[in-house]
Design a protein around this ligand. Structure first.
Ligand SMILES: [Zn+2]
Length: 116
């Protein structure tokens, strides 16, 4: 599972431009669709759903709080561009993630798990 999401306070290269992200996802969807058709020889539609695309991180955390198990699952998500666990807390993924949890007013369960 991957998450594409609107950046709130980030100039993260991958999140800088929503139109660029939408074009990238559309191209990926077409490419994956062609590959799945070639492999299966069955005509099928491949769709990438991005329900979080236009939500802020705080809004998506609020949504996770409303969906059973979703908030707890965030303890096992990975965001850090440095690939570290516990997360580095300084990269262009960790900083907006921390900001989103601050805005939502809840603890990041990934950080809580790292400190346990
Ligand atoms: Zn990081």
């Amino acid at each position: 599972m991957a998450s594409a999401q609107r950046a709130t306070n980030s100039d993260t290269p991958g999140c800088r431009n929503e139109q660029r992200a939408a074009r990238y996802l559309a191209a990926l969807e077409r490419r994956c669709g062609r590959a799945s058709v070639r492999r299966s020889r069955v005509s099928a539609t491949f769709r990438i759903e991005t329900p979080l695309m236009h939500m802020t991180k705080a809004n998506s955390i609020d949504l996770a709080l409303a969906l059973p198990g979703a908030y707890d699952a965030l303890a096992y998500s990975h965001t850090c561009y440095a690939g570290k666990f516990p997360p580095c807390g300084e990269c262009h993924a960790c900083v907006p993630r921390a900001h989103g949890f601050d805005e939502a007013g809840v603890e990041d369960p990934l950080i809580a798990r790292a400190q346990a």
